[in-house]
Design a protein around this ligand. Structure first.
Ligand code: FAD
Length: 476
């Protein structure tokens, strides 16, 4: 075997998987047919659950430093500012949810941060190296690259985007619709002198919903813009002058567009792969599901596919590998429903289309009732996200549950009861109530009672947390 896992595609999904495997010491190669790294902001909204994943993978600091919080949107109608809207209600961090709101960073910058992290493990994206075909047998996958090289791997992961060769070559249907009646021109552009502390929405008095929107891109002089296209309207080549003249008509002039670094014509494409796995071949990210950008779910769902798959591929047991499709296809189907629902609100011109609800934060993703999650009752149940909580270690240092979870391992939390004496190598912590004295290096004190409140388990119960931060089991 040349390598354990071959990843086709170095977008956010492939890069996340690469990091998760490399940090476990799993041999991995990541190839991309593109000759150069993607430039453009595309998926610029990073959801709270993805921020938690990024913390575990060691990239959160860089993402927070490079990006920015959501900004309010100024509504310009007939050349005048008529109001301000916020997409997200402000939510304060809490002990269980340290990152409650989304964070904004252009996708190409996020990918750069992920590539840098991957390089720390000695793994580099192989550009100009497309997967052209593959076949599999009981022991592995034999893949041919367009460099002529033939690679033998235990598993192949198609993280190769919406037009996935891996999906097509596996004969997996991509069920759903492409709606040609709605077309948007999207791209990154300078728009001087628009204020970067705001998004800007320019509409016409008689049809305010068909306006042009500009969202500032942190750390750059650019905005991501979106402009609806009519029949036979603009294309990418004539984009800039055409958007400029439409903007001039809406504003009466004064905003100058320049330096178009990326643009694309987008149509609603809502599809879900019929299967996420064919024996030793797996699909993840846009290769498995494509979303409307409304709701900012595509990149985030791909990152979490990868995070769900990494520890399972590293383990290799049939039970874990089987659970990937059952867990992630269910989540992807739900997420497609959410982003399609928001897009429909825009299409229907609904007033509150702009407002985002809790369901876009992906903190409520659960694998309850899935193959790894026995049915149970209680506040936190198998399959649920394991919440964070501030604690005090036996040496009196402050520590968070997320810090105890950090890394490629599972974690056992024992609420009270006897000292930690695990029979396996799973890091085990006994969580004591505020007044208790630690007796063992594995004891941590729940000073504010936040862990007990968030988990709601009884004294003596144990919570086993999966490597990807979801509850595996709750036992007495
Ligand atoms: C305008 C716009 C706005 C968006 N906004 C958001 C947002 O706010 N939040 C969000 O979560 N998502 C958003 N998305 C969606 C997001 O961009 C995608 O979901 C995300 O890029 C998917 O990542 P991926 O790694 O699965 O696939 P991709 O990013 O498509 O990467 C696939 C990679 O595979 C490579 N590849 C293809 N074929 C082969 C082959 N045969 N061999 C090797 N390599 C191959 C490609 O070159 C590419 O680098 C938006 C998308 C658009 C267009």
């Amino acid at each position: 075997m040349d390598v354990r896992v071959l990843i086709a595609g170095a977008g956010p999904t492939g890069l996340t998987l690469g990091i998760d495997l490399a940090r476990r010491g799993v041999g991995v190669r990541i190839v991309d047919k593109a000759g150069a790294h993607f430039v453009g902001s595309r998926g610029d909204g990073i959801q709270p659950r993805t921020l938690e994943v990024f913390e575990d993978l060691g990239v959160l600091g860089a993402v927070l430093a490079a990006g920015g919080a959501p900004v309010p949107m100024k509504v310009h109608i007939g050349g005048r500012v008529v109001g301000e809207r916020t997409m997200f209600d402000a939510v304060q961090p809490s002990p269980s949810t340290p990152y409650p709101g989304p964070w904004f960073l252009g996708q190409s910058q996020t990918e750069g941060i992920l590539r840098d992290r991957l390089a720390e493990f000695g793994v580099h994206v192989e550009l100009g190296t497309g997967l052209t075909c593959f076949e599999q047998d009981d022991d592995g996958v034999t893949a041919t690259l367009d460099t002529g090289e033939v690679v033998r791997a235990a598993y192949l992961v198609g993280a190769d985007g919406g037009r996935s060769l891996v999906r097509k070559a596996s004969g997996i249907a991509f069920e759903g619709t492409t709606d040609e009646t709605i077309r948007m021109l999207l791209g990154d552009v300078r728009a001087d002198p628009l204020d970067h502390a705001y998004g800007h929405w320019f509409g016409a008095p008689d049809d305010p919903m068909r306006g042009i929107v500009f969202s500032p891109l942190p750390g750059t002089p650019h905005f991501q813009f979106g402009a609806p296209l009519g029949e036979g309207d603009l294309d990418v080549e004539t984009a800039l002058p055409a958007v400029q003249s439409r903007l001039d008509a809406l504003t009466g002039g004064g905003v100058v567009l320049s330096d178009l670094v990326w643009s694309t014509v987008w149509r609603p494409n809502v599809r879900l792969a019929a299967r996420f796995r064919d024996r030793r071949v797996f699909l993840a990210g846009d290769a498995a599901h494509v979303h409307p950008p409304t709701g900012g779910q595509g990149l985030n769902t791909g990152v979490q596919d990868a995070y769900n798959l990494g520890w399972k591929l590293a383990d290799g047991s049939p039970e874990l590998l089987d659970s990937y499709e059952a867990e992630r296809r269910t989540v992807a189907a739900r997420v497609l429903g959410i982003s399609t629902g928001i897009m429909q609100k825009y299409a229907d011109g609904e007033e509150d289309a702009y407002k985002r609800g809790d369901d876009t934060r992906q903190l409520d993703v659960t694998y309850r009732g899935g193959p790894l999650s026995p049915r149970a009752t209680g506040l936190v149940r198998p399959g649920d996200r394991a919440p964070d909580a501030p604690l005090r270690a036996a040496d009196r240092a402050q520590v968070r549950l997320f810090e105890l979870f950090r890394g490629p391992h599972a974690t056992r939390l024992r609420f009270g009861g006897r000292p930690a004496d695990p029979s396996d190598d799973v890091p085990t912590y006994r969580i004591l109530a505020g007044g208790d004295r630690p007796a063992d290096p594995g004891d941590v004190i729940d000073v504010g009672g936040f862990a007990h409140a968030a988990y709601g388990v009884r004294a003596g119960e144990e919570v086993l947390v999966r490597p990807d931060g979801y509850v595996w089991s709750v036992t007495v």
